[in-house]
Write a protein that binds this ligand. Structure first.
Ligand code: IMP
Length: 423
């Protein structure tokens, strides 16, 4: 296999970090193509926790080139803080192993302010991470965003910020009534940050193109999950990028034919952070138990995650929407602690039974239909799984018509079984 995409097949937080880390070891390039520092990829290396938000997990492997593609929204300040943290973990980061696209979109201070104000005072609460993701993608679609390469020209920065802030100033002054930094001040801040990141900035598109044509192994590292995709997800309770594999074609610059496989990461149950519908949510002590045992608290914001049973109609949809060719089932160890096991096989919706979600479905109105399954009590000490866990896997595979290639049962690198070869 030459190129693999790793995408979340639920609402994010599926445990992508660990799988990306393990498969990244075998790759020449690891590429982020969408989102920004709203992501939080937790990796445990020899008992030490490393959380990456913006820097691709290829950084953990010295031979890997990590790329931040042009589809990413890039906060230079957050990047430098993360860089410092990564370096204190004795990881070597140089322009030889990390490149940021000169065409990535910059998250300004105004965009962060706007995100936070909308969440605290706006009429619809999305439960965003407050990192300025949505407003920056709005600026990009509105053709006024600051690009990374603009950070190197102070005069250009000022004039772009002037144009960029003209409408926002009305929102800050009249709607939200908050002070905001003057253009000169923000331009200076961004320019200074730009000087610090300059050595890392380059043409990631051509780097990927050359890598493809010289037969290099590439891993595309998705952030969030398909159900948070701005087009496929549970709109408006989504993030503002294309989190599905489709985002790779536009956000990294890889034509579809070059993508060998898409690996969907799926928790053995479902979680969601932030607002929005969640058909299989367990709003009861069992949901709380799963949250506690599974340490289901956001890696970026620390917010408690909502927990529920695995939802096959949503997974089927994610598989179709992102052309997922195999799955990794993560956090199986958490379910050994619960005494019952259910899986949602279909929905009652508008007087019909349906087994697959679709864009625009009103998930507030679906009634989940569950199947009871024998629960599993594996201790994961051997390489083989219990009959009950094999049965759980079979039920999922038969429903989705794709194999589960990886079973993960803990945060450490060794707590994993590969049932399929990747690379
Ligand atoms: P934003 O991406 O900060 O605009 O947030 C939009 C929605 O996506 C909110 O519901 C967030 O909780 C959710 N979200 C964003 N990033 C992540 C993530 O990495 N994991 C899980 N949820 C996320």
């Amino acid at each position: 296999m030459k190129s693999l995409a790793i995408v979340g097949s639920q609402w994010g937080d599926e445990g992508k970090g660990k799988i990306t880390d393990l498969l990244g070891q075998k790759c020449d390039l690891v590429v982020r193509y969408q989102g920004g520092n709203n992501a939080g990829h937790t990796i445990i290396v020899e008992g030490k926790k490393i959380v990456l938000h913006l820097i691709p997990s290829g950084i953990l492997h010295p031979h890997c080139l990590s790329l931040i593609g042009h589809g990413v929204v890039f906060d230079p300040e957050a990047f430098l803080t993360e860089l410092e943290e990564v370096c204190t973990n004795h990881l070597k980061v140089t322009p030889q192993n990390l490149m940021i696209s000169e065409s990535a979109s910059v998250i300004t201070h105004y965009n962060k302010l706007l995100d936070i104000q909308r969440e605290s005072k706006g009429q619809v609460k999305i439960g965003t991470t407050g990192k300025g993701i949505g407003p920056t993608y709005e600026d990009k679609a509105g053709r006024r965003v600051i690009k990374v390469k603009d950070l190197f020209d102070l005069e250009l920065l000022k004039s772009k910020l002037r144009y960029n802030i003209a409408e926002k100033a009305i929102l800050f002054n009249y709607l939200y009534q908050i002070p905001f930094p003057a253009i000169e001040q923000e331009a200076k801040r961004l320019f200074e940050l730009g000087q610090k990141i300059k050595p890392f900035v380059g043409d990631t598109f051509s780097t990927i193109d050359k890598a493809v044509h010289s037969g290099k192994k590439i891993l595309f590292e998705g952030a969030q999950g398909v159900l948070l995709d701005v087009d496929y997800g549970t709109y408006p309770f989504v993030t503002s990028s294309n989190t599905s594999a489709g985002g790779i074609y536009t956000g990294a610059g890889l034509p579809g034919t070059h993508l060998s496989e898409v690996l969907g990461i799926t928790k053995a149950y479902t979680t969601r952070v932030g607002e929005g519908p969640f058909p299989t949510e367990l709003n009861n002590p069992l949901g709380e138990k799963i949250r506690t045992i599974g340490k289901e608290f956001g890696a970026t914001t620390g917010r408690p995650r909502r927990c529920g049973w695995l939802d096959l109609p949503l997974l089927r949809y994610a598989v179709k929407a992102s052309n997922i060719t195999s799955l990794a089932l993560t956090k199986c160890d958490i379910l050994i602690e619960v005494d019952e096991l259910k899986i949602c096989t279909s929905y009652e919706y508008q007087g019909k039974t349906i087994d697959c979600a679709y864009p625009g479905i009103d998930l507030h109105k679906v009634i989940p239909i569950y199947k009871d399954l024998p629960n599993f009590k594996d201790d994961f000490k051997k390489d083989c799984l219990s009959r009950e866990l094999e049965n759980y896997i079979k039920v999922i595979e038969l429903a989705l018509k794709i194999p589960i290639g990886i079973v993960a049962f803990g945060p450490e690198r060794h707590q994993i079984i590969f049932r399929k070869d990747y690379f």
